[in-house]
Design a binder for this molecule. Structure first.
Ligand code: TYM
Length: 345
């Protein structure tokens, strides 16, 4: 980890159990980036309260999400792993960005519109503001790249627009010295959009009320097998990629390739003439085997809460140091009175 390495920041909300989409679309890709980037991974607990939440579960879900990062291969010796709410600069920069972000930019956000539809009158201001908080998360760390799944693309564009048009263009002392780095999204082709097991046209999601629609990373083998057995199929013989009439075939075959670690070409040939009854046990086996080491490592991290907390404390300190510098720069550019030094009475 040297200063010259480009920086990466990403995060997952601690809302319920993380699933295959979170892993294949995001966390699994973070692991390799550790070799070439200065990596920051936060558990975005402030985002988790933008929809109604259970206070008795928030801390536990936060710890379990952090433990899953580590179990997936995030190495605390190379990455900064921390909890968003423990670095107050996130909330403060969010407020500063709120005051320069046009409301209609937020009203356009697809995820807001989708989630707001589900909630009727109960929609919180926080849900609307969610992408500004996400922009603050990223911009505080001068992140060069943000590895996310496809559904976060629009939020990333918003973060770029806020940095470029609302902060740098208006407040940077000169164009050669931008105040905030404009981040690039990093969305891999494969795994960026894992679909539901019960509807190949809907995204796999934590908020789907049907548990059978997703495989959670901590599901035991029998449950994984049962969910795959019940996954939606079609009456056609043989699996194939890319047929728009067969979204379930495309999704499950893609999962098989990703989970077995084999190429798409190889699995396409292997499964071209296979019936669903023959294919599903293969997919279940691949999922169970891919998750086995992760689940074992997760159990180990949870057996040692002191070490997990030490990792998060070390992460908090480093995150705070980096975020504090950016926040001070923005505060100064926006014209705030600098806090007095204690020795000045
Ligand atoms: P969240 O918690 O919904 O999802 C975490 C990550 O998982 C990806 N993802 C998927 N990828 C493929 N297929 C799916 N079905 C699928 N479902 C989720 C998401 O794209 C994401 O990368 N707003 C973010 C969290 C966030 C964040 C940030 C991310 C807050 N601040 C700063 C990056 C940088 C979110 O709700 O992700």
């Amino acid at each position: 980890m040297t200063q010259q390495q480009p920086r990466v920041l990403s995060g997952v909300q601690p809302t319920g159990a993380l699933h295959l989409g979170n892993w294949l679309g995001a966390i699994r890709n973070w692991v390799d980036l550790q070799d070439s980037h200065d990596t920051f991974f936060c558990v975005v607990d402030l985002h988790a309260i933008t929809v109604p939440h259970d206070p008795d579960r928030l801390a536990e879900d936060t710890l379990s999400t952090a433990a899953l990062y580590l179990a997936c291969g995030i190495d605390p010796a190379r990455s900064t792993v921390f909890v968003q709410s423990q670095v107050p600069a996130h909330s403060e920069l969010c407020w500063l960005l709120n005051c320069v972000t046009p409301l209609n930019w937020l009203e356009r956000m697809i995820q807001f519109k989708e989630k707001a539809l589900k909630q009727g009158d109960a929609v919180s201001t926080g849900l609307l503001d969610y992408p500004v908080l996400m922009a603050a998360d990223i911009l505080l760390y001068d992140a060069d790249r943000v590895p996310v799944g496809d559904d976060q693309k629009q939020h990333l564009e918003l973060a770029r627009d806020i940095a470029q048009q609302r902060i740098n263009a208006r407040f940077a002392p000169n164009p050669d010295q931008p105040l905030l780095k404009v981040p690039e999204p990093l969305i891999l082709k494969e795994g960026a959009r894992v679909m539901s097991l019960t509807d190949g046209r809907a995204k796999m999601s934590k908020s789907d009320p049907n548990e059978g629609s997703r495989i959670s990373l901590l599901d035991p083998p029998e449950l994984i097998t049962r969910k795959i057995k019940r996954a939606k199929t079609d009456p056609v013989l043989g699996l194939e990629f890319g047929n728009p009439e067969r979204p379930e075939a495309d999704n499950l075959l893609s999962l098989y390739a990703l989970l077995s670690g084999r190429s798409r070409e190889a699995v396409a040939v292997e499964c071209a003439a296979m019936g669903w009854g023959q294919f599903k046990p293969l997919l279940a086996e691949a999922a169970v085997e891919a998750l086995r080491p992760l689940q074992a490592s997760y159990a180990e991290w949870r057996r040692d809460p002191a070490t997990l907390e030490a990792v998060l404390e070390q992460g908090r300190q480093r995150a705070q140091d980096v975020a504090g510098v950016t926040l001070a720069r923005v505060r100064q550019a926006l014209g705030f009175l600098a806090p007095g030094r204690p020795d000045q009475g």
